[in-house]
Design a protein around this ligand. Structure first.
Ligand code: C5P
Length: 301
């Protein structure tokens, strides 16, 4: 039977904030931003995590984002594409904020092969918010990964079909990705492609678009610019900090040969490293957050 490698002891932290009104922001035994002001600052310095109609991306953030996947096209087209996008998808569903009478719990579930045999399924499903990502399916793996998904983070190349109640957290890396999502949800497209309309990958009313400025914030403020850009998994961890008071992280970590293996497939490519991402660095930060008792990181033995 799998056991968590780390044991977390919940305790109240007596250190108070420089901003007293923030000292008790939730009803959990310990809230994410309790204690250390630096941590509170780090989380609160984030730009809004999701794009909305009235949000204006700065040209500087756009330039950074352009460099991520060598987008050649310009800021004007980016803005025009976003205007079009917000004609197609409804207003972004808001993030439920913290409140002294609420304890919002998040499970962030990465796709690591270390989930196999973990029996974490029911533990994961017990969270208010369960964030999965990319091709992280649940069918057939419920015992180890659970079956509840409230948010699913993905981009076009990693897209899978979601159930009707899961929120799609779409990560655009370039303007083509934004155009992809417009096409996918535009009714004209579905009229012209009747056969394909049954392939709609997510509920159109539950689409959230990651703000490129948030990706940059994760890269710079969390990862110290290591790697070309953050992995989907690390973005999900940073997002959870905007949505939850208590965060538990599962399914992160390469296999013993350093391969970024998945719980849902046999490894074929023995050189499945972490690509443009600073995989080891990200892992170390998650471990540090655990050691500082900010989050709980579950690694099966
Ligand atoms: O491989 P994929 O990107 O689909 O996995 C989702 C996320 O899970 C990754 O971005 C990474 O953060 C995490 N992961 C991991 N160790 C693995 C596989 C994935 O930490 N072996």
């Amino acid at each position: 039977m799998a056991v968590a490698l780390y044991v977390h002891h919940s305790q109240y932290n007596t250190v108070s904030f420089s901003k007293p009104e923030k000292s008790r922001v939730c009803s959990c035994p310990q809230c994410l931003t309790d204690g250390d002001p630096w941590f509170w600052e780090l989380i609160n310095s984030a730009p809004q995590p999701f794009l909305s109609e009235d949000y204006e991306t700065s040209e500087d953030d756009f330039k950074w984002w352009k460099g991520v996947q060598w987008e050649k096209r310009n800021f004007t087209l980016y803005n025009a594409t976003l205007s079009k996008l917000f004609q197609v998808i409804p207003r972004v569903p808001g993030v439920v904020g913290s409140s002294p009478d609420r304890c919002r719990t998040c499970a962030v579930v990465g796709n690591s092969g270390n989930l196999n045999g973990s029996s974490y399924g029911s533990l994961i499903d017990g969270h208010d918010i369960v964030i999965r990502m990319n091709r992280g399916l649940t069918k057939g793996y419920e015992e180890d990964v659970g079956k509840k998904t409230t948010h699913h983070v993905m981009y076009p190349q990693s897209a899978m079909r979601l159930d009707n109640s899961s929120r799609l957290v779409f990560v655009p890396f370039n303007i083509y990705d934004l155009q992809w999502i417009i096409n996918l949800f535009s009714s004209l497209f579905h009229l012209e492609n009747r056969a394909k309309s049954s392939n709609r990958i997510a509920n159109k009313d539950l689409v959230m678009i990651l703000n490129p400025a948030f990706m940059r914030y994760v890269h710079e403020a969390w990862l110290d610019k290591k790697g070309r850009y953050p992995s989907t998994g690390f973005i999900a961890v940073a997002l959870s900090m905007q949505m939850c008071d208590e965060i538990n992280v599962f399914g992160f970590g390469a296999d013993r040969d350093g391969n970024w293996n998945h719980y849902f497939e046999q490894i074929k490519n023995k050189k499945l490293r972490t690509g443009p991402h600073a995989g080891n660095h990200e892992y170390t930060i998650i471990e540090e957050l655990h050691n500082k008792e900010k989050i709980q990181f579950f690694v099966p033995q």
